[in-house]
Design a binder for this molecule. Structure first.
Ligand code: GN1
Ligand code: MG
Length: 368
């Protein structure tokens, strides 16, 4: 997470004091690069925290998030051998894990994992290995839990056909921007079938929901400041039942695009096979045993699908006037959509090699 300069307002201060005590000296700063929630850093003489207002327009039942995080934390505590670190929550004096503000918004206060750093891009193979290892560990812990015991925090999240249907509706309604986006809409049109790759697989019983992270992009993995070791996956809002394929696809679409999600120039975007190999290898070493042959066969489709889905989400949001993903200027979500689609195109070019990486990694990991 990177610090920004905006400071907290009176309401933010009030909420922070409810968690930390009315007399605590504290300093509040804007914090992080998240696109959905409002995030602040709160420093007190005793410690440093992350304070977040969960975006109620995105998460219809934000209190459910806190229940899921508590369940995951309890599991991490029961299974210390897996050494999955999660940010600790601070509770209100009445034992509640969240505070409600005058507008009904929900806030939470968490430990700031410090010192730590966020990588702008993966710098070496060891860091890539850490990405795969950390996600694999997280999935091993999550696999010990009943997916049904976890609440849905974000209905329809990673349900690609719904995102495609929403885009279709927007296009059908017409409006400014649709014409300009013709090349991107054409790109989507040519790949319409891809949207159902994972939902169909679930219907056919080829894979099933487990507890997942939901958003394991590179910004959500904290690294040690002195070494290449990963410390902790953060941003647990989307911990809910989903497919491990969603997480693996999301991690790879984020980490293997070295130019990042906002790269200025879509044609230059590529999917880095070496990074993919290191991440998938480490993941398979850690969690390969969780996936059966059908699920392994679904990994390439998932790696192609998740950037496609995110591209559709960015594109739809652009056409709707940037209501969901925060932007600093008009056109940003369209450019981000182009970048995701450029990534999809490169993944398609590298299909045979990606499939080979997946097969070798998982076969190797499963050999006794
Ligand atoms: C959003 O808010 P943030 O930055 O953690 C989004 C993810 C996207 C990501 C793209 C709840 O995550 O699905 O992959 O942006 N989260 C939600 O950067 O929609
Ligand atoms: Mg998030």
């Amino acid at each position: 997470m990177q610090e920004t300069s905006s400071s907290g307002n009176a309401a933010t201060l009030d909420v922070a004091r409810r968690f930390l005590g009315a007399d605590t000296t504290l300093e509040i700063l804007g914090f992080g690069n998240g696109l959905i929630n409002k995030t602040f850093r709160v420093d007190t003489p005793e410690g440093s925290y992350v304070l977040q207002r969960i975006n109620p327009a995105v998460f219809p039942r934000p209190e459910r998030i806190m229940g899921n995080i508590a369940r995951l934390q309890a599991a991490a505590a029961r299974h210390r051998e897996l050494a999955v670190r999660l940010p600790r929550l601070t509770y209100l004096p009445d034992g509640s894990a969240y505070a409600r503000d005058a507008d009904g918004g929900i806030w939470r206060l968490m430990e700031r994992i410090h010192p730590s750093r966020v990588l702008r891009e993966i710098e070496n193979p060891l860091q890539a290995l850490e990405v795969g290892r950390t996600l694999g560990r997280f999935h091993r812990l999550a696999a010990l839990l009943e997916a049904d015991a976890f609440e849905i925090t974000l209905p329809g999240f990673h349900h690609t056909p719904d995102y495609l249907a929403a885009l279709d509706d927007i296009v059908r309604a017409g409006g400014a921007g649709v014409e300009e986006a013709a090349p991107e809409l054409g790109f989507v049109e040519q790949r319409r079938d891809l949207a159902t790759a994972l939902t169909d697989a679930v219907e056919r019983g080829l894979t099933a929901p487990r507890v997942i992270h939901g958003d394991p992009k590179i910004d959500n993995l904290l690294f040690d400041v002195h070494s290449d070791r990963a410390l902790c996956l953060i941003d647990l809002d989307t911990v809910q039942p989903g497919l491990v394929h969603h997480d693996i696809g999301d991690s790879l679409r984020s980490c293997c695009n070295r130019l990042g999600e906002s790269a200025g120039n879509a044609p230059a975007v590529t999917f880095d096979l070496n990074l993919c190999e290191a991440i998938v290898n480490a993941y398979a070493q850690e969690a390969g045993g969780l996936l059966d042959a059908n699920e392994i066969a679904l990994l390439y489709p998932a790696i192609r699908l998740i950037p496609f889905e995110l591209g559709i989400r960015f594109l739809a949001d652009h056409l709707q006037g940037d209501r969901y993903f925060a932007v600093t200027e008009r056109g940003q979500n369209l450019r981000k959509a182009r970048i995701q689609f450029a990534l999809v195109a490169d993944i398609e070019r590298k299909q045979a090699m990606i499939r080979r990486v997946v097969d070798c990694s998982f076969n190797h990991a499963r050999r006794p």
